[in-house]
Design a protein around this ligand. Structure first.
Ligand code: C5P
Length: 220
């Protein structure tokens, strides 16, 4: 038996994590947040004491990366070396450092393999997997492939409502910088062939989740 794979890509602040998780819950599917793995690995490499701008040193820490992720949409934990890092990987320090590791091809190849193992081992009827290159690299054969977008304005507004302790301008600046760095590595701003673009600019959260669920029902 092979689970139905739902691939969701999109930029920062598009709401793809919360939308993907809610869609997984509605469908009775598992949920995989691949950004969490890049974040967890950035944390691991930093904690290993290597210079994150030194790719060879960073690659050297892959061998000791023990990563566990909860794929139940209602119990989504991330552990590194047995330690719970669910909250720590969301800190601005980690967010600002992920691009250093996610741009390294060897790191991507290692994590892509891991993502496919998680997909293959799911015991639910399907799995919603979200990130930047799921529709194109991780699961290009998925029956449902969605690019979740929103205008830059909407993304900035959503993100600054989430982030506390800094100005909206600072949040907007960081978001734009991260998208710019990330888009040099994978193109998640334009839909690849066969990928459905879902623009959530004028949709509220529930409407966006329903639209994803509807696309999955049509495809499965
Ligand atoms: O989705 P999230 O914002 O948590 O992702 C954190 C970082 O992980 C991104 O900024 C990007 O550098 C990297 N990433 C990636 N490919 C993915 C998912 C995330 O390069 N599929």
């Amino acid at each position: 038996f092979a689970p139905v794979v739902v691939a969701v890509d999109g930029p920062a602040g598009s709401g793809k994590s919360s939308v993907s998780r809610a869609a997984a819950r509605a469908l009775g599917f598992a949920y995989q947040d691949t950004g969490a793995a890049y974040r967890a690995f950035a944390l691991h490499a930093a904690d290993s004491g290597v210079d994150l701008t030194d790719p060879v040193a960073v690659i050297g820490t892959l061998g000791t990366f023990e990563y566990e992720i909860g794929t139940d949409p209602d119990d989504h934990y991330v552990r590194v070396g047995g330690r719970d890092v669910t909250d720590e990987i969301r800190t601005p320090r980690v967010t600002a450092s992920v691009a250093n590791v996610s741009k390294i091809p060897e790191v991507r190849a290692y994590l892509v393999d891991l993502f496919r193992q998680v997909i293959a081992s799911t015991r639910r009827p399907g799995i919603v997997t979200e990130g930047r290159d799921i529709t194109t690299v991780v699961a290009p054969e998925a029956p449902a492939r969605i690019l979740l977008t929103a205008s830059e304005e909407a993304r900035m507004a959503r993100r600054s409502a989430e982030v506390t302790g800094q100005s909206a301008e600072e949040t907007a600046r960081q978001l734009a910088h991260r998208d710019q760095q990330d888009s040099k590595v994978v193109d998640f701003m334009t839909a690849a062939d066969g990928v459905t673009t879902l623009d959530s600019t004028d949709l509220d959260f529930d409407q966006t989740v329903s639209a994803v669920v509807e696309l999955v029902r049509q495809a499965a």
